[in-house]
Design a protein around this ligand. Structure first.
Ligand code: MN
Length: 253
């Protein structure tokens, strides 16, 4: 089995090393990751300049990581469209430093890297730890590996895309794993306005909002009740529920 592993926190992130270590005995692993932290870059592709790829030693210096001066989607896109001599059987992304639940999935580079694999017809999984700071990372990595094995054992040919959020707990691997739907967050906190040394106003995007829909069955509910959340994702943004309502008002009669 050939596994492509990417992330959005950058090639030096501990979450990437932990995921690679946990999964490298499952098959032949290629790692391709952004040079810099590219969290929150969603599915962005770099179209205004060429991309460079260089090799850097991974966590154990025995393995070389491929590093791209671009986004998470760039990494997987380049890997799948010419860089790799073969087509991987599986794309993994993460482990992200912090949750990707509800609306986060639209902004997340971690989810986007896996989604790029999915868009190319592959089986893909994005992994995130619920809390930032890499607490209990090894337990999260062991959990990620267990989820990979379990998902492959299901036998679904794919393509499919799973979004996994793992509580930062030492016993993460033995926590119940539940299949969830995405919850929703409140609108994010206000932008933070400051003044730069030249006296100009600058703005920091505020933190994400708290959960608005954290009801039973959601990713928020699962993780806040000590479970590993696994959400199957799709890409179709069509508002199917209101198609006919809009058609009635907008289509020429
Ligand atoms: Mn990130």
């Amino acid at each position: 089995m050939r596994i492509l592993i990417a992330n959005d926190d950058g090639y030096l992130a501990p979450g990437l090393a932990a995921l690679v270590r946990a999964c490298e005995s499952l098959g032949e692993v290629d790692v391709i990751a952004p040079e810099q932290n590219a969290s929150g870059t969603s599915n962005a592709l770099t179209l205004s300049r060429p991309l460079s790829v260089f090799e850097a030693p991974g966590f154990d210096r025995a393995r070389l990581f491929r590093v791209v001066n671009g986004t998470p989607s760039d990494c997987v896109h380049v890997a799948l469209t010419g860089l790799l001599p073969h087509r991987p059987d599986l794309v993994l992304s993460g482990i992200n430093n912090g949750a990707n639940m509800g609306d986060d999935t639209l902004y997340s580079g971690t989810v986007a890297a896996a989604m790029e694999g999915y868009l190319f017809g592959l089986r893909s999984i994005a992994f995130s730890q619920v809390d930032k700071g890499w607490g209990e990372l090894e337990a999260a990595a062991a959990t990620a590996r267990a989820v990979v094995e379990q998902a492959l054992a299901c036998g679904h040919a794919g393509p499919w895309l799973l979004n996994v959020n793992i509580p930062n707990q030492p016993d993460a691997v033995s926590l119940p794993r539940v299949v969830t739907r995405l919850g929703r967050r409140h609108a994010s906190q206000p932008v933070v306005r400051q003044t730069n040394p030249r006296g100009d106003p600058i703005y920091w995007i505020g933190p994400a909002g708290d959960a608005r829909d954290a009801g039973e069955g959601t990713d928020f509910h699962a993780t806040s009740n000590g479970r590993v959340s696994i959400t199957p994702l799709q890409v179709d943004l069509t508002d199917h529920a209101h198609l006919s309502q809009w058609a009635g008002g907008l289509q020429a009669r």
